[in-house]
Design a protein around this ligand. Structure first.
Ligand code: ATP
Ligand code: MG
Length: 285
């Protein structure tokens, strides 16, 4: 008969293997930031910042310009090393992840950066295909077909695939960035100012697209935005960054009643009052 210890070892090993490929720990929140501190030299950006993104929610992230929203995003996806505290993605501390584990985690999220960050010398189709070439072993034809599919999902005509980023309008560039973020069928989508620079109609259409995608693909969305209409229309909760930390996380309607000075100014200013008249996501349901 086999030694029970041997069996235990094999089970542990199998669990580790499964974890590497993201098959376990599905109960962990997609993002868990605890006690984060971030600095650039002497400049402190975050101090003891805590934030959990729940599975399946659309979380809006707001804060003044320079409050550290993009730095938070960069830290969560491993582009900046925390100066203190921890970041967990799908229950895995990203600092302690092996290369193989990190690769497996990396496949589960997609990001659309504030500046677009498309490769300027590649076409839209090549940009969208890039993560597929890097992370999958699919055939070239399968990759091109998938890239076209994602381009369509992001609301672009497939013919735009042959254009370079410099040949796109601002709104098309946002959609191309979204198509690339969706390339690997992520469960978790990071968006940094997805509607900035769009006209109100373009912004509303983009909100609707994010809402449709998050519903149909059961995505968890972490969305940095200045856009109050977006907050009311598509978020489940909103996290507010001020004073180097997250000062509140709540549904947008609850934030309207906050006593925090920055939140008060933000929601009770003229733009806030106008946006508050639009129905909320919760109100729609
Ligand atoms: N690589 C860097 N080196 C030094 N300082 C940086 C770096 N990146 C960001 N910062 C500083 O960190 C602070 C927060 O920047 P961040 O980009 O996170 O702001 P933000 O909240 O995203 O603002 P915005 O709404 O304008 O996009 C800023 O003061 C910025 O100058
Ligand atoms: Mg930013």
């Amino acid at each position: 008969m086999s030694d029970p210890d041997d069996i235990k070892f094999n089970v542990d090993e199998a669990q580790d293997f499964a974890k590497d490929f993201g098959l376990l720990d599905e109960s962990a929140p997609p993002v868990e930031v605890q006690g984060l501190s971030s600095r650039f030299g002497d400049r402190v950006i975050h101090e003891n910042l805590n934030l959990t993104v729940k599975r399946g929610e659309v979380l809006g992230v707001v804060g003044g310009s320079g409050s550290g929203k993009s730095v938070l995003l960069n830290t969560i996806i491993g582009l900046k090393v925390p100066n203190g505290g921890s970041v967990k993605l799908f229950g895995q501390n990203i600092d302690h992840a092996s290369r193989r584990k990190w690769k497996a985690i990396e496949r589960r999220w997609g990001v659309m950066f504030q500046q677009g960050a498309l490769f300027s010398n590649l076409t839209v189709r090549e940009n969208v295909a890039a993560p597929l070439f890097e992370h999958t072993k699919l055939s070239r034809q399968e990759i091109w077909d998938l890239a076209d599919l994602k381009i369509g999902m992001a609301g672009l005509a497939v013919t735009s695939g042959t254009l370079k980023p410099s040949e796109l309008s601002g709104g098309m560039r946002k959609r191309a960035g979204l198509a690339r973020a969706l390339a690997l069928d992520p469960e978790l989508l990071f968006l940094d100012e997805p509607t900035s620079g769009l006209d109100p109609i373009g912004a509303a259409a983009f909100d609707e697209l994010i809402q449709d995608l998050s519903d149909s693909l059961s995505l968890t969305v972490f969305m940095i935005t200045h856009d109050l209409d977006t907050l009311y229309a598509i978020t489940d909760r909103v996290a507010v960054i001020a004073d180097k930390t997250v000062v509140a996380v709540a549904p947008v309607r609850a934030l309207e009643r906050s006593e925090h000075p920055w939140i008060k100014d933000y929601f009770l200013g003229p733009r806030g009052r106008a946006a508050a008249r639009t129905p909320t996501k919760i109100g729609h349901r």
